[in-house]
Write a protein that binds this ligand. Structure first.
Ligand code: PNS
Length: 173
């Protein structure tokens, strides 16, 4: 690690970026944001704008829902990004990328991304938190599938997100 970054870490002003699709935010994401906000001086929740996946919600809608859900978190900012994550993190002055791991199945994908990001910008560290055990089965993809098939998603996503999901799958805008 470069001496400058070691100093930044020691001075204790660490900004972390928590990137993802957040299509939409679940309580699993919120658990990670809550814990990340306690660990770092500033946490930037960064929504990927151009994703290969076809999102249910636009980047603006995802940002809006996240902002509503984290509005009481004083050191959390919600933003969206495109292009390389590490370049975005560097522009934000971040030295940490935060990601959650739910199960072994997440590990391979996360390892690949962390190593590629390290190769691109070795001065930025990826920090992993284990997902809260209550949320280890939870994903945005499954939540969307369950709601589309009429299942109960209460307790899995914040109420405003649940309402937006129901509206969207019933054909509303
Ligand atoms: O919630 P997701 O979909 O698992 O998040 C994936 C994300 C946004 C972290 C990843 O796709 C990403 O970082 N995309 C930005 C493009 C990039 O930097 N790619 C090279 C890094 S491996």
């Amino acid at each position: 690690m470069k001496a400058g970054n070691q100093l930044a870490l020691k001075l204790g002003k660490v900004t972390a970026v928590y990137p993802g699709s957040f299509d939409p935010i679940t309580y699993g994401h919120l658990d990670l944001i809550t814990r990340g906000a306690m660990l770092f001086d500033k946490l930037v929740v960064a929504v990927l704008r151009n994703t290969a996946k076809q999102p249910l919600f636009t980047a603006e809608e995802r940002v809006e829902m996240l902002r509503e859900v984290v509005r009481d978190y004083l050191n959390v900012e919600v933003d969206c990004f495109e292009g390389l994550l590490v370049d975005y993190a560097a522009r934000k002055g971040a030295t940490v990328l935060l990601r959650g791991i739910r199960a072994i199945s997440d590990y391979e994908y996360e390892l690949q991304m962390a190593l590629m990001n390290r190769r691109l910008r070795p001065e930025i560290e990826t920090v992993f938190l284990m997902a809260g055990e209550a949320y280890s089965f939870l994903s945005s993809r499954l939540v969307k599938e369950v709601v589309a098939l009429g299942g109960d998603i209460s307790g899995l996503v914040p109420p405003i997100v649940e309402a937006r999901l129901r509206e969207r799958v019933s054909g509303g805008s």
